[in-house]
Structures are given as structure tokens and as C-alpha cells.
Design a protein around this ligand. Structure first.
Ligand code: ADP
Ligand code: MG
Length: 364
């Protein structure tokens, strides 16, 4: 098992800065995801690790060795792409055996390794088929088996599940994680799908505009996003720009929200210590942290009377958009809250806990 170290890596294409001074450690045996919107530099970074692209600046280490100037095939890497890239005229067995033949391994060892790899991805009985006789999910499992058969020291995956439909993608996420755990191989997955990154990874690195915005466990990046970019990219979010009230400690006024004509929405951040470097603070409130009441709520702060503007039912939950006198909120609530679906225009009350207001940096 080998770890990966990215040391101050930049990549510039003509004038376009695809990666700006990225440093990152992927630990031995870790399942690490690079997450970010399209064009943020994920594939560029993965290709620099693989050796398909040279960094403009910076160094890459695998297992403690500087591999920056090493050709891809000398890095002992397994790689899987979105489009499977299987050889159509070869059988499943031959596809998986391909890299081993190039390495000129003895026939017996090739047979053993292919058999083992196919069993790992549960395709033992498909060895004689050709790619067109397989489903998309099965083809991708062949590609994974092929990547693992060479016994690489690290596994790199670039959007491997993006061609699959939603249900199959979910199944394959579990399977991929399962395979990675059994093999114990250091893995870097590139994805733009936040749910995929959250459900599959030990840690996630969020890339935005060529910068590494945050590295953390799924729970950390969701609950404690480093900045506005991360908060908005990972899940839905309500954001309040707020200023401290003069004579009341811990109470903030949300500038763009009014509970009635003359009253700004007051936010109570509880015991939270907000550094008073800047006048304004940015506070995040996740939609699932908002509670609903049909009757007036006791608490004066962190509450408002609202009117329903939009509702969508997604089976196990309701997604609501509500408005107060000024400003709107997104809410996710279990559908048990309402016996029948609420009607647009219905009025009710919302409230939330001080601890669920999370301060954020603006970010770059
Ligand atoms: P992602 O994989 O996150 O969608 P990429 O790493 O492919 O993003 O691309 C990052 C940026 O670098 C984009 O602006 C893209 O247009 C640019 N880019 C990527 N590869 C090349 C290339 N070979 N030549 C020029 N620009 C490139
Ligand atoms: Mg890409």
C-alpha cells in the first residue's frame, strides 16, 4: 500500500490556470474523492498523479518516492475512466489479461490473476463474453478488474460511474467501496456528484476554480464547510448575511430577511464565538435543520411566520420553499409532518436551534 503526496502542484494551459498551488496527502489505503463542478481541475490533477500530464509547477510522490518525472507505466497505477475503454473484440478474460500479457507474465500466473480479479468483481461466469454482451455496470466492473489485475500500488478512477443510470450507480458505489476495502488499495475517485463522494469516501477534497477549498471527512465537509463555495456545492443551504446587534451578545440581524414590515429577522447564535474581524458574518442553516409548527412558536429568535411558495414531494421527504415578509427559506422535512400535502399559500411557523447556525468564510 502506498500513499500519495501532492506538493504545491500547479498546472497552466496557455493562460488558463487549471490548478493553482494544490497540496494534498492521500493516506495509505484511503478512499479519497476529488469533488467539484465541471472544469474545476479534477481530471487535470488525476492525470498529473497518473503521469499523463506534467505539472507546470510542484511535485508528486507515490509511496514516498518523487515520481514527477516518471512515465505513467513506471508508476504502477491502475486507472478507470468514465467510458470503460474496453477492447470490443476481446473477451472479458482477455480484456482483464491485457496488461499482464504486456508485462509478459507466465501464462499460469495470468490465469490466476484474471480469475481472482473477475471473482473480486463477481464476474467469474462472464469470462467468455464480449463487452457488447454486458450491461454498462458489468462493463465497468470489467474495467475495474482490469485495473486491479496488474496489482497496482494505487487506483485512480475518473468519473467511473457517470454513464450509469441512477439506481445502478448507487449499487456500484457500494460495490466499488466494498472492492476497495477488500483489496485495501489507496484510491482516488474523481466525481462531480456530491452524494457519491459523501457516501463512498474516507475523506473528500473539494476543488473549486483550481483551488483546493477544503479537505475533510464527509461529515466535516457537510456540517462544517470551510466557506460559501463548499457549503453551496455540498447540498442545499440557506445563507444569512448578518450583522451583530449592538447591545445584545450573540444576536445577529439577517440583513435580507424581515419577519414583518419593520422587523428584521433576528438570529441567536447561542454560545458560538464569532470573531469580530469583519462587520458582516455569513451564517449557514441546512434545510433539514428547520422545524415546522402549525401553531405559534414560543421562541422569539430563530423563528418566523412563513407562507408556502413551492412544495415537492420526494417520497421520504418534502422539499419546501417558504417566504416570510422578506426573504425565502428552503426546508427539507420528513413527510410525516403533514398528513396530507400542504397547499401553496398555507401559513405556518418555522424555527431552528442556535447550534444549527454555522458561520462560514466568504472564500475566494
Ligand atoms: P474537470 O475534470 O474538473 O471537469 P479538467 O481538469 O478537465 O476539469 O479541466 C480544468 C480546466 O483546464 C478547464 O478549464 C479545461 O478547459 C482546462 N483544460 C483541461 N485540459 C486541457 C488541455 N489539454 N488543454 C487546454 N485546456 C485544458
Ligand atoms: Mg473531468
Amino acid at each position: 500500500m502506498k500513499g500519495i503526496k501532492i506538493d504545491h502542484v500547479s498546472r497552466i494551459f496557455n493562460d488558463n490556470v487549471a490548478l493553482a498551488d494544490v497540496s494534498l496527502d492521500v493516506k495509505e489505503g484511503e478512499f479519497f474523492s476529488l469533488l467539484g463542478p465541471s472544469g474545476c481541475g479534477k481530471s487535470t490533477l488525476l492525470n498529473i498523479i497518473a503521469g499523463f500530464l506534467e505539472p507546470t509547477d510542484g511535485l508528486v510522490y507515490i509511496g514516498g518516492n518523487n515520481v514527477t518525472d516518471l512515465l505513467p507505466y513506471r508508476r504502477n497505477i491502475g486507472m478507470v475512466f468514465q467510458n470503460y475503454a474496453l477492447f470490443p473484440h476481446l473477451t472479458v478474460f482477455e480484456n482483464v489479461a491485457y496488461g499482464l500479457k504486456i508485462k509478459k507474465l507466465p501464462r499460469k500466473e495470468i490465469e490466476e490473476r484474471v480469475t481472482e480479479a473477475l471473482s473480486l468483481v463477481q464476474l467469474s461466469s462472464f469470462a467468455k463474453r464480449r463487452p457488447h454482451q454486458l450491461s454498462g455496470g458489468q462493463q465497468q466492473r470489467v474495467a475495474i478488474a482490469r485495473a486491479l489485475a496488474i496489482q497496482p500500488s494505487i487506483l485512480l478512477l475518473d468519473e467511473p460511474l457517470s454513464n450509469l443510470d441512477a439506481k445502478l450507480r448507487k449499487e456500484m458505489q457500494f460495490e466499488l467501496r466494498n472492492i476497495q476495502q477488500r483489496v485495501g488499495i489507496t484510491t482516488v475517485l474523481v466525481t462531480h456528484d456530491q452524494e457519491e463522494a459523501l457516501s463512498i469516501s474516507d475523506r473528500i477534497g473539494i476543488l473549486g476554480k483550481g483551488h483546493l477549498q477544503q479537505v475533510g471527512s464527509p461529515l466535516e465537509v457537510y456540517r462544517r464547510p470551510a466557506n460559501r463555495f463548499v457549503a453551496e456545492f455540498i447540498g442545499q443551504v440557506n445563507l444569512f448575511e448578518a450583522v451583530a446587534k449592538k447591545d445584545e451578545t450573540g444576536i445577529y440581524e439577517a440583513l435580507d430577511y424581515q419577519t414583518d414590515e419593520n422587523t428584521t429577522l433576528n438570529l441567536d447564535v447561542g454560545n458560538l464565538v464569532i470573531e469580530q474581524k469583519q462587520e458582516k458574518v455569513l451564517l449557514m442553516l441546512r434545510p433539514e435543520r428547520i422545524h415546522i409548527s402549525k401553531t405559534l412558536v414560543e421562541q422569539r429568535l430563530n423563528s418566523a411566520k412563513v407562507k408556502l411558495q413551492e412544495a415537492s414531494y420526494i417520497g421520504n421527504a418534502l422539499r419546501l420553499k417558504v417566504v416570510m415578509n422578506k426573504g425565502e427559506l428552503s426546508i427539507n422535512t420528513p413527510d410525516l409532518m403533514f398528513e396530507t400535502l400542504p397547499n401553496i399559500g398555507d401559513e405556518f411557523y418555522v424555527y431552528w436551534d442556535a447550534k444549527d447556525l454555522i458561520p462560514l468564510e466568504e472564500g475566494e
